[in-house]
Design a protein around this ligand. Structure first.
Ligand code: UDP
Ligand code: MG
Length: 244
């Protein structure tokens, strides 16, 4: 049994030494083989040097370097393409997704689930703005895009090999991973967890980037914006014809 952990990283030099230490501690006690696949998403701090050195020392640590910053969703995609585990966990580099949850997630995988989804039961560590926008985001997405989306579940998840092979078949450039996972309808279990504060460094998702993420999520996964634009066009054409 091989467990892969996929970690997208963008300018995370401050937090990486701690993340590596925590990962080694938890993965070392799992009782299975493991690999950690870091996807360096065009960082311009010391991220590349830190992971590069680690990868040279330990063959279980692998790194993909992007030529520029392509964004978190594409970094996760590359990691899932590259990971060779029987199960693959995607997690952030900043320890907001606690590695201590891995044994429980692996246990549920062993029970036969294809997707294990930790669900944030509290967002105390997030700012008011982040909490409010996240709530609005999930509400809109569930009501208007896909009710199968799990609320308060992010990209921190475990996927079975079968799930990874299904996800790999999607090659969209503008993608919303959570939408894909919901749409696939895989055998999923949701477990509660407390999202931790970022241990060091700053969020790489400023407000404008979150807005862009939300827009990609809606427009890549739903025909709703297109339908709205067409409906507006028809209404305006009719009104124009009536009043001209
Ligand atoms: N990240 C990335 N590319 C980006 C932005 C973020 O690879 O363009 C990574 C980042 O290094 C982290 C994860 O994605 O490992 C989540 O980002 P962050 O923690 O800043 O987001 P937040 O938790 O604040 O929403
Ligand atoms: Mg974070």
């Amino acid at each position: 049994m091989l467990l892969s952990v996929v970690i997208p990283v963008f300018n995370e030099a401050e937090v990486l030494p701690l993340t590596l230490q925590e990962l080694r501690r938890v993965l070392g006690n799992l009782g299975c083989e493991w690999e950690a696949v870091f996807v360096n998403d065009g960082s311009n701090d010391l991220t590349a040097e830190i992971i590069g050195a680690e990868a040279r020392r330990d063959r279980r640590i692998k790194v993909i370097h992007f030529a520029r910053n392509f964004g978190h969703q594409l970094a996760v995609t590359a990691g899932l393409d590259f990971a060779s585990g029987d199960a693959v966990v995607v997690m952030d580099a900043d320890l907001q997704d606690p590695p201590d949850l891995l044994p429980q997630m692996l246990g549920l995988y062993n029970e036969g689930y294809d997707v294990v989804s930790p669900q944030r039961i509290s967002r105390e560590s997030d700012s008011h703005l982040k909490r409010w926008t996240a709530r609005a985001f999930y509400w809109i997405m569930r009501k208007m895009v896909d009710p199968r989306l799990q609320p308060q579940v992010g990209d921190f998840r475990l996927f079975s090999r079968a799930a990874v092979l299904s996800i790999r078949q999607f090659r969209e450039q503008h993608r919303f991973m959570r939408g894909l996972v919901a749409w696939l309808g895989l055998r999923e279990v949701v477990i509660p967890f407390e999202r931790q504060p970022r241990v060091a460094g700053e969020t790489k998702y400023p407000f404008w980037k979150m807005l862009r993420f939300a827009w990609t999520a809606i427009s890549s996964f739903s025909a709703m914006p297109l339908r709205m634009a067409i409906s507006c066009g028809i209404i305006l054409t009719v009104l124009g014809a009536m009043y001209s």
